[in-house]
Design a protein around this ligand. Structure first.
Ligand code: COA
Length: 167
């Protein structure tokens, strides 16, 4: 486990995975946590995706999925999840993409900012030199979190903003 003040990252084992799904169902919108699969709500398809996604990511950045997910703990309580995924850069540069969600009751308390700093530290340790993220133009919270980590934000024509942090 790695920590920053009251916020730390924990590996997603089967216990954390069950708790993350409970948190997502109770305190987040399904679309903030998983792709829009099988219609609204936590239907079977979306739930199956959630389990297989996190289990594949349990093998880490150097596993087959090239991805790792963590649970975010705030004061020891599970608050959300953050991920890193290797992406092809085309020029041999080690690049990873990140994404994050917190339960509603944990937002706007600095937890997202702290979790992103921790994941950038994990990326550096793994030899990643650039971390990217993409969010909606209207998602000001995500943009603030990314900007405070030093990201350069570039709006695209499709209503999204591309963020790049050079480590
Ligand atoms: C986006 C998210 C991770 C931000 O994490 P957070 O813990 O709420 O953010 P923080 O408390 O660290 O806030 C960081 C900054 O953003 C600002 N902020 C937070 N939420 C905001 C909002 N909804 N609108 C405007 N500003 C916001 C804070 O005031 C703070 O500003 P400061 O740096 O000037 O102090 C969180 O709100 C979330 O999980 N949202 C739903 C999922 C999502 O959108 N994920 C990102 C997809 S790419």
């Amino acid at each position: 486990m790695s920590g920053l003040g009251d916020v730390s990252l924990v590996d997603v084992d089967e216990t954390v995975l069950e708790q993350l799904l409970e948190l997502a169902k109770r305190d987040a919108s399904p679309d903030e946590v998983a792709p829009p699969l099988g219609g609204p709500g936590w239907n079977l398809e979306r739930t199956a995706w959630f389990f297989s996604y996190h289990r594949a990511a349990a093998h880490g950045l150097d596993g087959d999925a090239g991805e790792k997910t963590w649970g975010i703990l705030a004061g020891g309580v599970l608050a959300g999840s953050i991920r890193l995924r290797r992406v092809e850069s085309g020029d041999g540069v080690a690049v990873a993409d990140t994404g994050i969600w917190l339960g509603r009751s944990f937002r706007s308390q600095g937890i997202g900012t702290a979790a992103l700093r921790l994941v950038l530290h994990e990326a550096r340790k793994a030899g990643i030199v650039q971390v990217t993220a993409r969010t909606l133009t209207g998602n000001l919270g995500a943009q603030r979190v990314l900007a405070s980590a030093g990201a350069v934000l570039t709006p695209d024509d499709d209503g999204t903003v591309n963020a790049v942090v050079v480590l």
